[in-house]
Design a protein around this ligand. Structure first.
Ligand code: AMP
Length: 293
């Protein structure tokens, strides 16, 4: 895989711009099967570039920026068979320089959920995503549905700042027992790994209630909270409307079930995006066919 490390080298991407779209998959590395699924999806859409950058501005002062796993050699090995055109792996200086620079203030979708527990996080995410869009000029960018609020906050940025990029979201890849793959799962010991499955179990439990006809948010929140008793601490267990994340008592249309909890040293999140139709509840997406951001 060709590795590009500086903005100067990015002109090499111009040869890839053609009739098909150039597709970007932004990541922080420590790649797992979830990331690889995004890349496979990207490859179906056009020539694909993967960015690998542990973005300091999206980590809070008490968070795991220093400890976050970094292994470029193994990431490149995993990407090798997937046929990506290039990996862009810039240094922090390349992205931020040493001055206090411009940053992006997210819109209302960044309030609540992870925005409440991680002040500044979404501003950091949007700032780095905007820089990546500016540098790489992709026509399409692929994101994981696992980071639900991130998808919606980026969707609002792209729409409000009129960025010429189409967004695509890919379903969450899970372990056999339901645990969503995450680079942070490697912080878990055996007991914590076993308990971590309570996040996806909470979502499934809420989904069962919806399938049985429940349309009030409160019982869903309560059921999710009960399943999450196995976590070391619960950050949130919420039901929101999609895409603007309002909290309605009575649910209809597209909804997001979202949970965040701490298990040992890891802060884990998971979610389900669903469409409540007249005759039942279906899996849904953020940027799916024909939908606006
Ligand atoms: P990260 O490296 O954690 O910033 O993630 C990079 C991209 O991979 C984001 O768009 C994530 O939503 C996506 N991603 C992370 N985990 C998964 C997963 N288990 N399934 C699908 N996409 C994922």
């Amino acid at each position: 895989v060709k590795v590009l490390g500086s903005a100067d080298e990015l002109s090499e991407l111009d040869a890839l711009r053609g009739p098909g779209p150039l597709v970007l998959v932004p990541t922080m590395g420590a790649l797992h099967e979830g990331h690889l699924e995004l890349v496979r999806h990207a490859r179906k859409l056009g020539p694909a570039v993967v960015s690998i950058f542990v973005n300091p501005t999206q980590f809070g002062p008490e968070e795991d920026f220093a400890a976050y796993p970094r292994d470029l050699a193994s990431d490149l090995e995993l990407l090798e068979p997937l046929g990506v055109e290039a990996v862009y792996a810039p240094a922090v200086d390349e992205m931020y320089g040493d001055s206090e620079g411009v940053s992006i203030r997210p819109g209302h979708r960044a309030r609540g959920l992870c925005g409440a527990g991680r002040p500044g996080h979404f501003s950091g995410v949007l700032t780095v995503v905007a820089k990546l869009f500016g540098l790489l000029r992709p026509e399409v960018a692929v994101f994981g549905r696992k980071d639900a609020q991130q998808c919606l906050v980026i969707g609002q940025m792209v729409a409000d700042l009129k960025m010429p990029v189409k967004l695509v979201d890919v379903p969450t890849v899970r372990e056999d027992d339901g645990l969503a793959l995450s680079s942070r799962n490697r912080y878990l010991n055996e007991d914590q790994r076993r308990r971590a499955v309570c996040l996806s179990r909470a979502l499934r439990r809420a989904r069962e209630l919806l399938d049985a006809g429940e349309r009030e948010a409160a019982p869903l929140r309560m059921a999710m909270g009960q399943e999450l008793a196995e976590a070391d601490s619960l950050e949130y267990a919420e039901v929101r409307q999609v895409p603007d994340l309002q909290e309605n008592d009575r649910l209809s249309g597209r909804i997001l079930l979202a949970v965040a909890a701490r298990i040992g040293p890891a802060r884990l999140i998971d979610n389900m995006v669903l469409e409540i139709a007249e005759h039942g509840v279906n899996d849904s997406s953020f940027f799916g066919a024909g939908r606006e951001t």
